[in-house]
Design a protein around this ligand. Sequence first.
Ligand code: FES
Length: 67
Amino acid sequence: WLEEQVAQCGYCQAGQIMSAVALLDEVANPSDADIDNAMGGNLCRCGTYPKIRSAIKKAAALKTAGL
Ligand code: FES
């Protein structure tokens, strides 16, 4: 999350991260659609959605690699 510099104002980030962790507990290698579906309940007024998607994919790869 930090490497992708997802957060801007930070207001939505707690919910975004909780949803991302819950997604990765359920889906090891989420697709864009999986991510969009899982994150749908969190609105980001700063429009960080592309960075959120990148951060989740990077976290999924690290988790799959056991890191
Ligand atoms: S980072 Fe500002 S609302 Fe999401």
